[in-house]
Design a protein around this ligand. Structure first.
Ligand code: NAD
Length: 681
């Protein structure tokens, strides 16, 4: 233990964690070190009571954790990351024992998890804001509640933290159920987390396969994030249907790798082999079928065989490249692929038909040369170091062959002609396609399967959403918003086309409008100048002026060249002017003429601060009233609106023309739709 570490963690006893406390059980089981066949430490077998207690605690913790601001949650997760990393050496030792992985790969997994932390900590939870004249739509992504994480044994840390980190970041609480084959690292990581998080935020209940169904059927669990086999995934989805839980299913794959004829054979051969045999083939996105162009088939296979013969298989500290199969059940399953290939007389390009017995569950990497399409080794996922190769000649045909599977997790295409490789890649039915690389999932992008390889996905910004509900707030605007728009783009030159030169002085144009949103305002021109708009919305203590989207501009005043016309300054001046007096209230409680007063206050403030040229405010208001009364085309009392000035893109090529548009009849008797130059200077 490094001197900076302060912890009571012991590394030779293991327990579940419920409500911040160690939880043991009368029933115990032991994992097996797959490199030696020796039993490891006892671990408790959790039961229904443990799950019920954990769900209750997680629900309580959710109340606070979900309401903790994102930045604060990130701070806490960062502490957890650092705490976790300070125990990297202990976790590497433990992982070597529970998985048998070669030490360098155990190190890669333990330390690689830091990248998962860091990537997620840099993300923000997506949010989308859409605004029109009538309303603001705010789409946020809010946490679901209690997440159940059901994990497999092949990457016990990455596939556990790959769920824990995004679930916590988005404000959920989580109960982790490790695979019965690899409980040790998970239980310790969750134990470490108790020194950082409040009880119930992160818990672990391990045991046997009965625990999974307890989580998938529990009414207090909002979501199951499951990684495992297709067969179990189907059971998870069926069980979750009872309570309509959200599910993310990360399931098995049968990845095809297509090799184009132009590749550098010597360079690509070892890569193809590692794509298939990484982690002894126990990778959901390992390459499981290799299609090599017929022109290079023999040579490529020869190189692959030569490289495979150099691969050392052995225990974690032997300097080997591959370790054992992680457990006896899987070891026996992998052997059936050898037996099947042998009994059908398929050609073993490298590797022996008989898997020789040893204390550990070791299997030599094996390539089956051109078995038929309907062979088991082509059709099914062995999840061990045995892979088939087949030749191809026709692009369309090999794409069909690659896609001819119920799985769709990953795929690879190799070729110097990257355009061709990408073109083929785009047609492969898989969640992640790799061009000129074997499968290397990354937290930067969503990871998920097509077809029976899964439902949904995790990681990347999109993956965060899988831990969230979409929550849309539709806020209708109050009766009267004040818009002030700045159009620096209109720092006009003399355009020469326009008969109202006053609009083309070297000035900035600031547009001010009042929008009575109660009314439909079809006439409001869309301002295409991309001005900076401000809207002033009522809050408890007065109008708060903030920047606003484009559109809906119906008035103008001109800002002096060189005046204090910066956006922030104008915002401040308006906000100060619109502070409440005892008389004003929020707009929906305010008589119409109050709106005038606020607008006048805003305009006066701009004038007083010399932001605008002098102009006759009362004339402006009279015109606005008259205009608005006409617009309503009814006897209803006039509300304020200011003349609409907008750029007419269709009819005028000049950048500097602004028009008033009269939708009904104009004060001067003009017909609806007719236009006149507008302006109040
Ligand atoms: P598995 O399906 O046997 O077990 C996965 C987990 O499910 C374990 O924790 C197990 O205890 C639990 N479980 C078992 N029965 C359950 C039930 N009825 N309800 C709920 N949970 C249950 O898978 P495995 O053997 O641990 O893992 C290997 C498989 O996982 C392979 O097929 C591999 O391709 C796949 N996998 C997929 C990904 C991916 O991200 N897509 C990653 C790794 C592994």
């Amino acid at each position: 233990m490094s001197p900076s570490k302060v912890s009571t963690i012991s590394w030779d006893s293991f327990h579940n964690t419920v409500d911040g406390q160690a939880r043991n059980s009368k029933s115990k089981h032991r994992g097996i070190n797959p490199a030696t066949g020796e039993e490891l430490w006892e671990v408790p077998i959790g039961n229904q009571q443990d799950i019920d207690d954990a769900v209750k605690s997680a629900q309580n913790a959710f109340e606070t954790w979900s309401q903790t601001p994102l930045e604060k949650r990130k701070e806490t997760i960062t502490k957890f990351r650092d705490h976790y990393m300070s125990f990297a050496d202990e976790l590497i030792d433990l992982m070597c024992q529970e998985t048998g992985k070669p030490r360098q790969f155990a190190t890669y997994e333990v330390k690689g998890a830091a990248g998962f932390f860091d990537h997620h900590l840099a993300l923000d939870i997506p949010e989308e804001r859409i605004e029109d004249d009538e309303k603001v739509l705010l789409t946020r992504f809010t946490p679901l509640g209690v997440v159940g994480a059901i994990c497999p044994w092949n990457f016990p840390i990455i596939l556990c933290l790959g769920k824990v980190i995004p679930a916590l970041l988005t404000g959920n609480t989580i109960i982790v159920k490790p695979s019965p084959y690899t409980p040790y690292t998970t239980l310790k990581i969750v134990e470490l987390a108790q020194e950082i998080f409040a009880p119930g935020v992160v818990q672990a209940v391990g045991g046997d396969d009965k625990l999974g169904p307890m989580l998938t059927t529990h009414p207090g669990v909002a979501k199951i994030s499951f990684t495992g086999s297709i067969a179990t995934g189907k059971k998870v989805m069926a069980a979750a249907a009872g309570t309509l839980k959200r599910v993310t299913l990360e399931l098995g794959g049968n990845d095809a790798s297509i090799v184009l004829p132009d590749v550098d054979i010597k360079k690509v051969a070892p890569e193809l082999v590692m794509g298939a045999f990484q982690n002894s083939g126990q990778v959901c996105v390992a390459t499981k079928r290799i299609y090599i162009h017929e022109d290079i088939y023999d040579e490529m296979l020869k190189e692959m065989v030569a490289f495979t013969k150099t691969i050392k298989v052995g225990d974690p500290s032997s300097g080997s490249l591959l370790g054992p199969i992680q457990n006896k059940m899987q070891y026996e399953k992998v052997k059936t692929f050898f037996e099947d290939s042998k009994s059908h007389g398929y050609k073993f390009a490298v590797g022996e038909p008989e898997v020789s017995g040893s204390k550990g569950y070791f299997v030599q990497p094996t390539i089956i040369d051109n078995p038929p399409n309907d062979s088991r080794i082509i059709q099914e996922e062995p999840f061990g170091p045995i892979v088939p190769t087949q030749p191809w000649s026709d692009e369309e045909e090999v794409i069909k062959r690659a896609n001819n599977t119920n799985a769709g997790l990953g795929a690879c295409v190799w070729g110097k002609d990257v355009e061709r490789a990408e073109r083929i890649g785009k047609r492969l039915q898989a969640g992640s396609v790799f061009v000129n690389s074997w499968e290397k999932p990354t937290p930067q992008a969503i990871f998920g399967g097509h077809k029976e390889s899964g439902i949904g996905g995790e990681w990347g910004t999109e993956g965060l959403k899988s831990y969230c509900n979409a929550h849309v707030l539709h806020t209708y605007k109050s009766n009267c918003n004040i818009y002030v728009s700045a159009s620096p783009a209109h720092a006009a030159k003399d355009c020469g086309e326009c008969d109202t030169g006053r609009y083309h002085r070297t000035q900035h144009t600031w547009l001010i409008s009042v929008e009575p949103h109660k009314h439909h305002m079809p006439f409001v021109p869309q301002n295409k100048l991309e001005p900076t708009h401000f809207s002033a919305n009522w809050k408890d203590d007065g109008y708060h002026v903030h920047t606003h989207s484009t559109g809906g501009v119906i008035g103008t005043i001109l800002v002096k060249e060189g005046a204090k016309g910066d956006v922030e300054h104008i915002q401040q001046v308006l906000q100060a002017a619109l502070k409440p007096t005892s008389a004003n209230k929020s707009s929906d409680q305010t008589p119409d003429d109050e709106h005038d007063r606020w607008v006048k206050k805003g305009l006066h403030a701009l004038q007083t601060d010399k932001i605008t040229d002098t102009f006759d405010l009362s004339e402006f208001m009279t015109f606005a009233h008259g205009y608005f009364a006409n617009r309503l085309d009814s006897d209803a009392p006039a509300r304020i609106a200011y003349p609409g000035l907008h750029k007419d893109h269709k009819e005028k090529s000049s950048k500097h023309h602004f028009w008033l548009t009269y939708p009904t009849k104009a004060p001067n008797g003009a017909e609806p739709g007719s236009r006149t130059y507008g302006g109040l200077m």
